[in-house]
Ligand binder design. Structure first.
Ligand code: HEM
Length: 328
């Protein structure tokens, strides 16, 4: 149904780990040499992402989907944008008629009331991956929309009176070791406080919030190295068993994030698409191994700790250095 291979990104390639905004103008500035226009990426890993999202919501939807004062005007614009854009980006597998989103891969069609933010009707039909969502009962329109895309979704809003920003909605079923319940309703500074070395970025928060709500759209990338091949790392999950110490089995977890502003409603939609690439396949040239090693060397001890790499740093660098020298 979706036959494209997942896009391969190399956000570590400049050899420096940074905690910066790093915003690209979507559709204008090239990312890794190509200009991208899409918000939602659909590829042959689609069933795996939907299955991971279903497993997370079955465990505890309320730990992943949280709301705090999402105003109806912003909600309506965001929902309409997601439905229209997901249909466009899906290349015809999803269709949107202004009221009903039909998904020919998952075999369901949801009729939304955009103003009320509700899912008014849900019809199931035969389709290649219909079994994945057979038991899913979306609670509202945003929940339904999130179950049709591989991305996770959040909505940032600016309080009209005070001008302070806050996260009005988080629908993140595949988080990288953070808990949406800790972040909802909070401002940029509070959300990013645990990120090691985020002080300078947080100091520019008003400018950043202005840019993402008033201008854009933007894309940005985040990367880390992990022994886990799983997508959902909610901190409430039990520790993962049997994680390897062998860097040859590690993954690069890259996140492609997009930001679409709604100036009249003073908010923005934030999407996160997580990619997991086995290092052995991703680092197919000595230069790539060398760049990743360089990037890890630029992390401070606090950043290594934040990224979960304190213990594995030495063996990982040894493995990368040997690969960079083309040694076995
Ligand atoms: C202008 C927009 C934004 C910028 C420039 C930005 C930047 C960053 C950076 C640099 C990091 C550290 C990444 C790393 O290396 O691990 C980060 C982490 C994070 N960001 Fe953002 N971000 C933005 C918007 C958002 C939004 C809208 C959310 C809403 C969910 C969000 C949620 C997070 C979370 C949860 C983390 C991890 C924090 C933790 O571990 O507790 N960010 N962000």
């Amino acid at each position: 149904m979706f036959s494209a291979a997942p896009t391969v990104y190399h956000p570590y390639l400049n050899g420096v780990y940074t905690v910066l905004a790093g915003l690209y103008r979507l559709g204008v500035q090239p990312t890794e040499g190509r200009i991208e226009h899409h918000t939602f990426a659909f590829d042959h890993t689609y069933p795996r992402y939907i299955a991971a999202k279903v497993a997370a919501r079955t465990r505890a939807l309320h730990e992943y989907y949280v709301l705090a004062g999402l105003n109806p005007e912003l909600r309506e614009q965001v929902l309409e944008f997601i439905a229209r854009t997901a249909a466009h980006d899906s290349g015809g597998v999803l269709t949107w008629d202004g009221q009903t989103l039909t998904n020919e891969a998952l075999g369901w069609a949801g009729t939304l009331d955009l103003g009320r933010g509700t899912l008014e009707a849900l019809r199931h039909f035969a389709a290649p991956h219909a079994e994945l969502v057979a038991e899913v009962r979306p609670t509202d329109a945003l929940d339904f929309m999130a179950m049709n895309v591989q991305e996770d979704l959040s909505v940032l809003a600016v309080h009209p009176g005070s001008g302070t920003d806050f996260l009005a909605a988080i629908h993140v079923l595949l988080p990288e070791k953070w808990n949406p319940q800790d972040k909802v309703g909070r401002d940029f500074a509070a959300v990013h406080a645990p990120v090691a070395g985020s002080g300078p970025m947080i100091a520019t928060a008003p400018k950043l919030i202005g840019a993402v709500t008033q201008r854009g759209p933007f894309a940005r990338f985040v990367w880390g190295v992990t022994p886990s091949g799983k997508l959902d790392h909610h901190p409430n999950l039990p520790p993962e068993d049997g994680l390897t110490d062998d860097p040859a089995q590690f993954f690069l977890r890259a996140e492609r994030q997009t930001l679409h502003g709604f100036p009249a409603q003073q908010g923005a939609l934030f999407t996160i698409r997580a990619y997991l690439y086995p290092l052995r396949e991703l680092l197919d040239t000595p230069a790539r191994s060398a760049a990743l090693a360089e990037g890890i060397r630029t992390m401070t001890p606090a950043q290594l700790e934040y990224k979960g790499l304190t213990r594995s740093r030495a063996t990982l660098l040894d493995w990368l250095d040997r690969r960079a020298r083309l040694e076995p």
